[in-house]
Design a protein around this ligand. Structure first.
Ligand code: TXA
Ligand code: MG
Length: 348
């Protein structure tokens, strides 16, 4: 049975303590963070962590992020060999930054998929922080979706994917970022970004000037062995076939309308994913808006929930417009391209 706790308006500490106890004793608890919902288990109990992989249908070689609520917990789980870690933490924790460091013995091998490093993050969400603090242990948590599906940004998404498979789901309302954390590797002397995410490159660069993207983290680079193992799987995918059309506004609009006409002539239901500014150029009963093309944060917040809405509409194809946007759109572009399995048409 799955218990649902409503914490949207206020935290009921009796209920949260119950959830924390279930976590501590080996149960699975889904909880909100500022990025996406996480599916938590006691990171010190191998059997509890095994249950995460079963509930999500997650490949065993994809390591989990360990969530903590204090610096003591960080030092219990990982070797902080590089003093620049503290520079990052001071500016960005609690927040959407995961730091990969050499792991300590207390972290079982299934958390890190056998790697000698562990990814750690302190989430910036009151419910998450209090849940971890009350449980008294670090919490291993991937995103709380069935593997391969769009990440959950509302409790209803978690209910749709995992009801009956987990012990507790805590509803904390909509996630404020809507895209996952940025993953940086500080386990070697050369700091690098393994996954683009909610913390932009420019902010990391201000703190650690030498930091660079690992080539496998950049779009269009489909490597079979990226340093963040999770980057190699098809991810975030809606039920329909998603095609991204990238280019200048008038070109991509024409191209989308052309593809739409051809698909509809063959009897397919075609969804359109577009921006406010261009929406009037598309005629469709299955049209959804990502946000303003000038508001990266708004589009990021909406992406996963919009992809899930197309599942309810039951379309066969989704045609999504995309432009030549700046570096701040990189994480969003990364998720969108992955959701399409790199099915991107560039119109020049
Ligand atoms: O925002 C987030 O990061 C969310 C919330 C719940 O905190 N979590 C999340 O977890 O996105 P997940 O499991 O969906 O993605 C974790 C990513 C994967 O790409 C994984 O390969 C990478 O982090 N990762 C974890 N530990 C790692 C390690 N030791 N070395 C390299 N990559 C690691
Ligand atoms: Mg995930």
């Amino acid at each position: 049975m799955t218990m649902i706790i409503d914490a949207k308006e206020r935290i009921d500490y009796d209920e949260l303590s119950k959830a924390a106890q279930i976590l501590r004793e080996g149960g699975l608890v889904a909880f909100p963070t500022e990025t996406v919902y996480g599916l938590g288990a006691n990171a010190l109990l191998k059997e509890a962590v095994d249950r995460i992989f079963v509930a999500k249908g997650r490949p065993q070689d994809n390591p989990l992020i360990v969530h903590i609520s204090s610096i003591d917990m960080l030092e219990m789980c990982a070797e902080v060999t590089d003093k620049r870690v503290y520079d990052l933490i001071k500016r960005l924790w609690p927040g959407p930054l995961t730091i990969v460091l050499p792991k300590k013995k207390c972290i079982p091998d299934n958390v890190t998929a056998g790697l000698s490093t562990v990814g750690i993050r302190m989430p910036n969400n009151k419910i998450a922080l209090e849940l971890i603090r009350l449980s008294g242990v670090p919490i291993a948590a991937p995103s709380a979706n069935v593997s391969g599906r769009p990440s959950p940004t509302e409790a209803q998404h978690v209910i749709d994917d995992l009801f009956g498979k987990v012990d507790v789901i805590i509803d904390g309302g909509r996630c404020s970022f809507g895209l996952e954390s940025t993953v940086v590797d500080l386990s070697t002397s050369k700091p690098c970004i393994l996954r683009p995410g909610a913390v932009p490159f420019s902010v990391l660069k201000e703190i650690i000037d030498e930091i660079e993207y690992d080539p496998s983290a950049l779009n269009g680079n489909i490597s079979s062995s990226p340093k963040a193992p999770g980057m190699k799987y098809r991810h975030y995918a809606p039920d329909a076939k998603l095609i991204v059309v990238k280019g200048k506004a008038h070109k991509r609009i024409d191209k989308i309308n052309e593809i739409k006409k051809n698909l509809e002539a063959k009897g397919y239901r075609v969804g359109i994913l577009c921006f406010y500014e261009t929406a009037l150029n598309f005629e469709s009963q299955y049209k959804l808006i990502l946000g303003s093309m000038f508001d990266c944060e708004e589009c990021s917040r909406n992406l996963f929930s919009v992809l899930r809405k197309f599942n309810q509409l039951g379309v066969d194809y989704i045609l999504c417009e995309w432009g030549e946007f700046g570096i701040e759109y990189l994480a969003l572009e990364n998720r969108l391209f992955k959701a399409s399995a790199n099915n991107v048409i560039e119109v020049l």
